[in-house]
Design a protein around this ligand. Sequence first.
Ligand SMILES: Nc1ncnc2c1ncn2[C@@H]1O[C@H](COP(=O)(O)OP(=O)(O)O)[C@@H](O)[C@H]1O
Ligand SMILES: [Mg+2]
Length: 257
Amino acid sequence: MSASMVRVEGLDVRYGSAHVLRDVSFELAAGRTVGVVGESGSGKSTLAKVLVGTAPIASGSVEVDGVDVASADRAALRTYRRRIQMIPQDPFSSLSPRRTIGQTLAEAVDPVRARVAEHEERIGGWLERVGLQADMLHRYPHEFSGGQRQRIAIARGLIIDPHFVIADEITSALDVSVQAQILELLAEIKASLGLTMMFISHNLAVVQRVSDEVIVLFQGEVVESGPVERIYADPQHWYTRRLLEADPGSAGFSLAG
Ligand SMILES: Nc1ncnc2c1ncn2[C@@H]1O[C@H](COP(=O)(O)OP(=O)(O)O)[C@@H](O)[C@H]1O
Ligand SMILES: [Mg+2]
């Protein structure tokens, strides 16, 4: 089976006179991860917002998980948004400082009742899965490091078994060694769960670690796309080459050591 999770065709997004995405087309099969790379302002987050239904589609078609995002009504989008999860860049501002980690995860599972005791096993299991300990569910966000908070944000995104996950610059605020650990974790989880994911970063080396395919965005346009190995070994567009050169870590990027 090679069902498409995402099918985008001829997508245009405009904010007033700003043409933020131009004629963007791509397809993502279930179980695959697409990396989206491009410098700041290239339209990466806007593309993510289109997929979760929070950016205006000027033209083109966008289908995610069988839903036509452009024409879906509010009710349809509400159910849809529980199947699509966005992992935020800055978990500190997205994790409530007054809630324990357990409460935050319980709320993800059941927004209405949010009872930690009812979901303790599942919450503890996910904390362990992201490299923390089950009994940490009683702690508050400030008791964790930045990397640990990003792990918690990943657990929160994945605990409801989403069909599709979007990670937008989730390692950008972390230092390089912690970044490598988070990428390792994501690669591991992705392999064991068969996640379908869009992984966004301005850093091509970071994208390489977890992606099967890569889309290169330049000023709102896809200038190059293809399998990650090909993009690396044989970049076709000058902008892709520039991204590779701009990142001295990319050639020898390794998680070892
Ligand atoms: N809500 C908005 N209103 C107006 N312009 C926006 C809005 N969101 C994004 N933009 C503009 O769209 C362009 C792409 O932004 P964004 O998608 O955030 O890029 P990236 O995530 O690659 O840094 C930028 O020029 C940005 O200023
Ligand atoms: Mg962005």
